[in-house]
Design a protein. Structure first.
Lengths: 157, 176
């Protein structure tokens, strides 16, 4: 148990050391905010990377700029706004809720709901079919007579 | 009613096909500029040709113009350059933003390849580029007489691009 916690401690501390940072921060909270911001903002040049991952010169500039603004004590919203006024909503990996993005935000949930309704409908119909009274097997006297006639005839053949 | 439901998969397929077909011809690297309709950002930077001369956004007022973001490190800018020279000869007003470049290299380049720019702003640190939302070069902004950014083109302006889209837009701004 003791060696396990020791091992875990070593591994975890390595993880902390591996965080990419050439920037100095005033405190841990600010470092954390920098991490979150650079991970949630998209690099305008290399489109499927965030600012934290990208090596493009522009991503480098934007990291420096974000660090500068954090250092000046600007809020996360102010920093995101700064980038959005320059690069548009495109830079946000978490787009704002507007008329244009309604489908984006609620489309998947709406499709899921639709699928659920369809499945429920199918299940309900099957249940109804199963619980419906079976067709009665009672035969009338005339039918019974005819049946035995047929059976007799067959056995005589 | 039953029939209509049988046709549903086909309808869904067609809808998806239309979207995917359109997607084939979209260019994902073309971002709409967030600055269209807004005034050219404020700046106070030296000129490429003369370090003593300061240029501010006020210098851009009065004439519709192209503002071309370029750099000697930018390979496609070299492809674009002869086209800009030609346009400048035809009387198109072109200003330059020398973006994150070494000034000596920029001067050498202009000597060698001819200078199509009326004003050439020296943006060594890329601060104006950042305010313009530039993410590569070349990028070209169209500004009107009031210094409002009216359009943006990302990539190389060649003869075809000019003829088919930018010429008319520029002319409209001149005629305003």
């Amino acid at each position: 148990m003791r060696w396990l916690s020791l091992l875990l401690g070593t591994l975890l501390s390595l993880n902390v050391l591996a965080a990419i940072d050439t920037y100095e921060f005033n405190d841990e909270a600010e470092r954390q905010r920098f991490r979150v911001l650079t991970e949630e903002l998209r690099c305008p040049k290399c489109q499927n990377q965030n600012i934290a991952d990208s090596n493009a010169p522009i991503a480098n500039d934007l990291r420096r700029e974000i660090h500068r603004m954090l250092d000046e004590g600007q809020s996360d919203d102010e920093i995101v706004d700064f980038l959005v006024t320059r690069y548009g909503d495109f830079v946000m990996y978490r787009p704002p809720l507007t008329g244009k993005t309604l489908l984006l935000w609620f489309g998947p949930a709406a499709l899921l709901l639709l699928a659920l309704l369809v499945v429920l409908n199918i299940v309900r119909r099957r249940r109804q079919a199963a619980s419906a009274p079976p067709v009665t097997a009672e035969l009338s006297d005339a039918e019974r007579q005819r049946l035995s006639q047929l059976l007799d005839k067959q056995s005589h053949d | 009613m039953r029939r209509a439901i049988l046709l549903l998969p086909l309808a869904v397929f067609l809808l998806v096909a239309v979207f995917l077909y359109r997607g084939l011809f979209l260019n994902p690297t073309e971002l709409p500029s967030a600055l269209i309709g807004k005034p050219f950002p404020a700046f106070d930077l030296p000129s490429v040709d003369n370090p003593e001369q300061r240029i501010t956004e006020k210098a851009l007022l009065g004439k519709a113009a192209l503002v071309n973001v370029w750099g000697t490190w930018c390979v496609s800018c070299r492809v674009e350059h002869p086209v800009l020279n030609k346009l400048a000869e035809q009387g198109v007003v072109i200003h330059g933003v020398n973006y994150k470049d070494i000034n000596a290299d920029a001067i050498k380049w202009l000597d060698e390849f001819h200078n199509p720019y009326q004003l050439n702003i020296r943006d060594e640190l890329g601060s104006l580029g950042l305010d313009l939302g530039v993410y590569g070069a070349p990028e070209t902004f169209l500004i009107d007489k009031q210094g409002i950014i009216r359009d943006k083109f990302v990539g190389v302006i060649d003869e075809r691009v000019w003829r088919e889209s930018l010429a008319a837009k520029y002319q409209a701004l001149v005629d305003e």
